[in-house]
Design a protein around this ligand. Sequence first.
Ligand code: H2B
Length: 122
Amino acid sequence: MMSQLTQQQCRYDDEGKRPLELDEIKSLSEQVAAWTINSEGTRIVRQFNFKNYYHTMNFVNAIAWIANKEAHHPDLQVSYGHCEVTFTTHDSGNRLTINDFICAAKVDALMDAGNFGPKLVD
Ligand SMILES: C[C@H](O)[C@H](O)[C@H]1CNC2=NC(N)=NC(=O)C2=N1
């Protein structure tokens, strides 16, 4: 399916900066079901748990690789066995854009494909 988020790349034209409408957010969120959207509809967040710091940082570094490639960077909160990943588009006044959903889907794919130790909890 062409519209699959994982097949897309972050865009830096006007469409990439356009804050999404609520119905678009709802529709896109079906492709990233493990993510939570805050009540204001301005950011998406997912929690990841790992066995230890090594596995956590391995994941964080892989996320950084994606972020640099896409030129779209998540806010990361990292502790020993946990990483909270938040996407919002700072250039759009901290609103959700298509780029946030594209990157969230790519982080999901990374988690599914990567070897970051046993997946403890979603
Ligand atoms: C110039 C550069 O591409 C922009 O500043 C990008 C970089 N990464 C970014 N990341 C996020 N999350 N939001 C942005 O608005 C953003 N802008």
